[in-house]
Design a protein around this ligand. Structure first.
Ligand SMILES: Nc1nc2c(ncn2[C@@H]2O[C@H](COP(=O)(O)OP(=O)(O)OP(=O)(O)O)[C@@H](O)[C@H]2O)c(=O)[nH]1
Length: 621
């Protein structure tokens, strides 16, 4: 008996846990459904409430005409060693009821709370626990009485609605059916038996209970039913004698009612030979024993279900991240892990695998050449400007053969135009990198739960990028300046030799036409001269442009892209290495919603794990 009680009390615990978790057995196979329960089924006034109350040993169910039970009542009986009886509702967990008239009132009120005062029904159960030294551990479900006709004020569908609700409970394969039929009615017309036969044709989970044996017509008895001849079930029929309405009115208590029932069977000429297997106390024991067998059979599948739930919860914990350690070493480790995860994503963006790195090539391939093309060399090297610059460079003494100073000034002036596109390339690449940092933070799965750390990493990376930008800027400007610092002498020598050769050739062919414009027209000569200077400078600048078009990308990649790849978070690493424990903890602040979810999962996990441990503990006794 001891193991059976611990087993059933364990099941009660799990069942309550399921209800706490909002697990009423909705979709799919739930823990609730895996556990057996006992449902009390019968027609109105068949004696359902009476049987239930005498199994419990207390008066507490609402009474009245018509449909009284309009919501399923999940009744858990807990045996306690000593003390007075009390009841607790799940919807009011802190309130202990010792007055069972108040329990009855609370059932009525709670029914009305969901269904309103109308005579509607609801399939949301009311959960009630009763603690008493006079009960065995058992879970019973009281269902609305089956009826044949709607009464005043009820919708026509009520007959069908009740039947459907009752069926939804009793059709579950692990529901043990307590089918109540009154003895003063033909068993063939019993609503309870009719429904039980429908959902449990083999009768293996149906217990036939025959009430009102004392109300049978004189000279008749129910031996045919009780001995299984009228309607055969796998379990023996149990006869019951409840209190009559007159006895209820006289406030006959449960204990004396039970005694009276015992006496009835012991002294009955019809049922004396069955006395040890009749009555409400025997029924309660019979039920407990059967439950034990059924639960033992189900233990493997219950454990499997709990394990499945535990696995699912663990998987979710893995997905949203485990709780963070409290010691600073572990915290530092976690932060470094996150940083590395971010760096991995960032590198994938640069090296390919993730998009974005290609936009850097776009800067070099389109943006820089287009900007170089747009530089205003035409204006700067126009004949007029060339003349102006050359004249100014000559000063009071015009040049004799070639305007060396003028050339230098024109070249310096032109080269300074390259500063703009050079800096623009640096900035463009900087913005691409910054955008990639932002994207990489967002795409780093591990960082999702740490908004503070994400912000810190973003700030550190952006700061590093600023430094790289400054370095890049200095380097490309230096490249441009270097072009001014020393001109390629060879280019001009070649240029000179080239033009001499052309001139010689032309002179041979056509001495008149290709000579410099003759003497008197000095203007035309000067014009030709300056245009020639302009085109020479332009050719040189073209060469410089080609060089820079190649060297600026190299500098930008070297200073910005490679540095970002290699050492984006280096200053951040140095920084966190010096941080106090509190500061590290603060960096790992999480989204409050996530923390809540994790706590919830942890609670459920604990619940399932302790349920599993307890089942394990009794399973092998
Ligand atoms: N004499 C006698 N009266 C009984 C017996 N069982 C039930 N009654 C009476 O029959 C009436 C109906 O009993 P209940 O226990 O309320 O039946 P119920 O199935 O819960 O009815 P509803 O709540 O209306 O669905 C009450 O007046 C009981 O006193 C019995 O075994 N013997």
């Amino acid at each position: 008996m001891a193991t059976m009680e611990s087993l059933i009390s364990l099941i009660n615990k799990i069942q309550r846990a399921c209800t706490v978790l909002g697990d009423h057995g909705g979709e799919g196979m739930s823990l609730w459904e895996a556990l057996p329960s006992v449902a009390v089924v019968g027609g109105q006034s068949s004696g359902k409430s009476s049987v239930l109350e005498s199994v419990v040993g207390r008066d507490f169910l609402p009474r009245g005409s018509g449909i009284v039970t309009r919501r399923p009542l999940v009744l858990q009986l807990h045996k306690i060693e000593r003390g007075t009886d009390y009841a607790e509702f799940l919807h009011a967990p802190r309130k202990k009821f010792t007055d069972f008239a108040a329990v009855r009132k609370e059932i009525q009120d709670e029914t009305d709370r969901i269904t309103g005062k109308s005579k509607q029904i609801s399939n949301i159960p009311i959960q009630l626990s009763i603690y008493s030294p006079n009960v065995v551990d058992l879970t019973l479900i009281d269902l609305p009485g089956l009826t044949k006709v709607a009464v005043e004020g009820q919708p026509e569908t009520i007959v069908e609605d009740i039947e459907n609700m009752v069926r939804s409970y009793v059709e579950k394969p692990n529901c043990i059916i307590l089918a109540i039929s009154p003895a003063n009615q033909d068993i063939a017309t019993s609503d309870a038996i009719k429904l039980a036969r429908e959902v449990d044709p083999t009768g293996e989970r149906t217990f036939g209970v025959l009430t009102k044996l004392d109300l049978m017509d004189k000279g008749t008895n129910a031996q045919d039913v009780l001995e299984g001849r009228s309607y055969r079930l796998q379990h023996p029929w149990v006869g019951i004698v409840n209190r009559s309405q007159a006895e209820i009115n006289k406030n006959i208590d449960m204990i004396s009612a039970r005694r009276k029932e015992r006496e009835y069977f012991e002294t009955s000429p019809d049922y004396g030979h069955l006395a040890s297997k009749m009555g409400s106390e025997y029924l309660a024991q019979l039920l407990s024993k059967h439950l034990e067998t059924v639960i033992r059979q189900r233990i493997p599948s219950i454990i499997a279900l709990i394990n499945k739930n535990i696995d699912e919860l663990n998987a979710e914990l893995d997905r949203i991240g485990r709780p963070i350690a409290v010691d600073s070493g572990a915290q530092l480790y976690t932060i470094l892990e996150m940083c590395r995860a971010f760096e991995r994503v960032f590198k994938e963006h640069l090296d390919g695998g993730r998009p974005g790195g290609d936009r850097i090539y776009g800067v070099f391939d389109h943006q820089l050449p287009a900007a170089l093309k747009k530089l205003p060399f035409d204006r700067h090297l126009s004949t007029k400007n060339v003349q102006k610059v050359v004249s100014e460079a000559d000063g009071y003494q015009p040049h004799l053969i070639a305007p060396e100073q003028g050339y230098r000034r024109l070249i310096d002036g032109s080269i300074s135009f390259f500063r703009g596109p050079a800096e623009a390339s640096v900035d463009a690449v900087h913005f691409v990198l910054k955008e990639l940092v932002r994207k990489s933070i967002a795409e780093t799965e591990e960082l999702k739960r740490f908004p503070t750390l994400s912000a810190d990493i973003a700030a550190a990376a952006t700061e590093a990028l600023e430094k790289f930008r400054e370095d890049g800027r200095k380097t490309v400007l230096r490249l441009v300046d270097m072009e001014s610092s020393y001109l390629t002498v060879e280019f001009f020598r070649k240029l000179h030799a080239e033009s001499d050769r052309i001139m010689d050739r032309n002179l041979e062919k056509n001495p008149e036409k290709n000579a410099p414009p003759p003497g008197p027209n000095m203007d035309r000569y000067a014009d030709y001269h300056f245009r020639k200077i302009g085109s020479n400078v332009s050719a040189y600048i073209g060469m410089v442009c080609d060089t820079l078009k190649n060297s600026i990308p190299k500098a930008v990649v070297y200073c910005q892209v490679l540095s970002a790849k290699r050492s984006l978070l280096n200053p951040f690493y140095a920084h966190i290495g010096r941080q106090e424990k509190e500061r590290l903890g603060a960096m790992l602040d999480e989204d409050p919603q996530l923390m809540e979810r994790r706590t919830m999962i942890a609670k459920r996990l604990e619940l399932y794990k302790s349920a599993r441990d307890e089942i394990d503990a009794v399973a092998w006794k």
